[in-house]
Design a protein around this ligand. Sequence first.
Ligand code: DHB
Length: 309
Amino acid sequence: SLQSEIAGVKFDNLMLNAAGVRCSSIKDLNEILNSQAGGAVTKSATLEEREGNESPRMKSLPLGSINSMGLPNHGFDYYMAYVLKEQSEGRNNIIFSVAGLSIEDDLKMLKEIQSSNFNGLVELNLSCPNVKGKPQVGYDFEAVERVLTEAFKFFDKKLGLKLPPYFDLTQFDAMAEILNKFPIAYVNSINSIGNGLVIDPATETAVIKPKGGFGGIGGEYVKPTALANVRGFRLRLKPEIKMIGTGGIKSGMDVFEHVLCGADLVQIGTAFGPEGTPIFDRISQELEDIMEEKGYHSLDEFRGKLKTL
Ligand code: DHB
């Protein structure tokens, strides 16, 4: 079985979409929910609807993708209405992703969720690299502590955090020390590796338009960094904080590796883009074949059990 669970919320399959890819509209979200995916994550909502950055703003690459979408989304109220409607029909496997343009906006959205009937998982995105002039909050450790301190003064629902990748072990130590002070449901690592630059040497031009071509990198390029972040946090966070592994998943073996590093659930972004919802069937089958070959009957038998030399 590929079932998994976070904070009492059960998922029939550990694979979900990653926020941002094919999840902006109700139609997109329903397609995910009607697939083999264990649930759906909404496009990160901002308080107000946004058009996002100018195009071209995403490009598929041989080993992944670069994007500078700029948080195009239908606005908080659209997604709030959707998750409440689905919940009223008995569905609890939708993760509501929110990404304020400021800490004040984050707190406003969390307050609205707190005062609503929504009781599913909320994913606070502290790591969008693509809003012009806005830093990634996840790299400002004092700001992370401040937003969590303020949020948990009133928020008693299930809160997860989407974090950017970290690259130095002292960052893992410092961030885990902050996170362990709070009743966080899960940490989701990683968001894209921010502000990469992909160029076309034939035309001597950057391949996306916003920010002079700088954008978030996803796909195979980021898998080792993603695995290091999942493993790095799993070794440091208290066991009540679950992990979602995101980054570089395009096969059952990639999921297997994320689970070995400690992932409870995984999310698929870059590879879900071109392949669409059939990816969840394909990868589920691949993972089941790997588990059978290795003699594993459940994810728990190998979750977090990475060996080192
Ligand atoms: C966007 C891109 C991201 O990688 C992210 O985490 C959030 C938002 C975006 O540009 O829309």
